[in-house]
Design a protein around this ligand. Structure first.
Ligand code: HEM
Length: 504
């Protein structure tokens, strides 16, 4: 720690005597609003200045928060984390698993809201089956069937102006839920079918769950004092999901393999975790990618071309078909860069550490603000521009048959009559190539031993949804720009009324 400055010198909002910094969030005024943490993060970024880190100290009942706004520091801290990284989120889920329903979960509470030895044991048991590339690849035909059904359903939801309904976000939840059910439990939950009574109940619970989470996780924790309505809804939903996972486990799906090796209870607990964090995240990513594609004709055109060339007609897709869609993958990466679903990933420091030249004490919570870094000019030139080509260096090299060739050298943009957008994208691509992409500047799925266990699966389902939708439709956006809130996922506030015009 020699040479490092004391933690007290790290910039941050000044705490008041007795009230600390909690009063700022209690007043709920910008930039200190839990639903607008994007604004909070930008303001902390400004405070951090060239030093590169800021803190929010003295929050009631909460360790000090430290924000390193630097990809290099992020890499250093992540890389030295120990075997059992501690990510402090979901206090209400922790309460549910380890207090309220302790009798059921016992010493196998799963992954979310769980730490230390107990987390490590569970993750070691399940990782192999869930993270293996084959786990996602093998499920492509099944997920394609769900997604094709969903795209047909979308056609039925479109109004006379060819706009999707105001509650399209809920429709995305249903699609994501159905995908997780098919993948994890090996069964169809029926969420895309209006007449299925059991599915209606699941949808009611998922609605209740996602509406109660923001209040329980982001507002003052009154539920610790008495059972608030949001708390009751939350517990009812979790109880229902728990029974669902126990009752609908089949001999197919990822969890079936875990049932064989570790027993049905472990499999059901894993399924519950996958269901709880695998629905709103993917639905939010789908919404943002739809939106960015709808607003960027040039990118959508290029995607249409890739899909027309490589997507087979009239048969179920396999993982090999998805391998032939690199531009689609870049579209998703670029969307998660501009609008990451989780704005900042957290770790609780297990030992005293120097961060950005300050001595940060053990127990502090580090929040890696990926959202800020992935939207900063120094890491991503013209950060607000949606240019999937940034991610395509290798692919471009191969396609163009020489290192450093530019994806626009064929004059494609002129053909598409989008010369201006093409020229800008080309300039961004060149500047990005000069800057390079720091591997820790955009980490939408986190990093290391606690990294998202559903990453490959999420990418697969997103690829399928976007491939199927954009192959069939031109998607446009006819409304004012969307605004976003933290719920805790980063999702649009306004209804997702995309316009869908058939392509042929
Ligand atoms: C685009 C969609 C998704 C995004 C952006 C996302 C992002 C994340 C992030 C940032 C973390 C924390 C990682 C860390 O601490 O380093 C995480 C953890 C996790 N994710 Fe995802 N996720 C997505 C989809 C999914 C899906 C579809 C599933 C399951 C079906 C899933 C299951 C999990 C689980 C179980 C954890 C906890 C892992 C642990 O603590 O050991 N996620 N996710």
């Amino acid at each position: 720690m020699g040479g490092a400055r004391s933690f007290s010198y790290m910039p941050g909002p000044r705490p008041l005597p007795l009230l600390g910094n909690s009063w700022r969030f209690a007043l709920n005024r910008k930039p200190w609003r839990t639903r607008a943490l994007d604004v909070t993060l930008w303001s902390l970024r400004a405070l951090a200045g060239a030093g590169g880190a800021a803190k929010v100290a003295k929050l009631f009942g909460h360790p000090d928060l430290v924000f390193p706004f630097c990809a290099e520091e992020t890499a250093r801290v992540y890389r030295r984390e120990d075997a059992m990284p501690h990510r402090a989120v979901a206090p209400c889920l922790r309460h549910y698993k380890q207090e309220l329903r302790k009798d059921f979960f016992g010493d196998e509470p799963g992954l979310i809201g769980v730490h230390g030895e107990v987390w490590w044991r569970f993750r070691s048991r399940v990782t192999k089956h869930v993270v293996a590339p084959e786990a996602a690849r093998a499920s492509v035909p099944e997920l394609d069937a769900v997604t094709t059904e969903f795209v047909h359903r979308m056609e039925g939801l479109i109004d006379e102006k060819r706009e999707l309904p105001k509650d399209f976000q809920t429709e995305l939840y249903k699609w994501a839920l159905e995908c997780v059910g098919a993948w994890a439990l090996g069964t169809r939950l029926g969420c895309l079918n209006e007449d299925d009574a059991a599915a209606k109940e699941i949808i009611r619970c998922i609605h209740g769950f996602f509406h109660s989470v923001p209040e329980l996780e982001l507002s003052a924790p009154l539920w610790r004092l008495y059972p608030t309505p949001a708390y009751n809804t939350y517990v009812e939903a979790l109880d229902a999901f728990r029974s669902l996972c126990l009752n609908r486990l089949t001999d197919k799906g990822v969890c079936a393999k875990i049932a064989q090796t570790s027993g049905e209870k472990v499999a059901a607990i894993l399924a519950l975790d996958l269901l709880l964090v695998g629905v709103d995240t993917t639905a939010a990513a789908a919404a943002s990618t739809f939106y960015l594609l709808a607003k960027n004709g040039r990118v959508q055109n290029r995607l249409h071309k890739e899909l027309d060339k490589n997507l087979p007609q009239d048969r179920v897709l396999t993982s090999k078909d998805l391998d032939r869609l690199p531009y689609l993958r870049a579209c998703i990466k670029e969307a998660l860069r501009i609008k990451p679903v989780i704005l900042g990933n957290g770790r609780c420091l297990q030992s005293d550490t120097v961060i950005s030249g300050y001595q940060v004490p053990k127990g502090s919570h580090i929040v890696f603000p990926h959202y800020i870094m992935s939207n900063e000019e120094r890491y991503f030139p013209s950060p607000a521009s949606y240019v999937p080509e940034r991610w395509l260096k290798d692919h471009v090299d191969q396609q163009a048959g020489g290192r450093g060739a530019c994806p626009y050298s064929q004059g494609k943009e002129a053909e598409e009559n989008e010369v201006g957008a093409g020229a800008h994208a080309r300039a961004v691509w060149l500047r990005q190539r000069e800057t390079g992409i720091h591997p820790f500047a955009s980490l939408p799925f986190g990093f290391g031993r606690r990294m998202c266990i559903g990453k490959r699966f999420a990418e697969t389902e997103l690829q399928l949804l976007l491939a199927r939708t954009f192959h069939r439709y031109i998607v446009s956006w006819q409304h004012d720009d969307l605004t976003y809130s933290v719920t805790p996922t980063y999702i649009p506030n306004e209804p997702l009324q995309f316009t869908l015009q058939p392509r042929r």
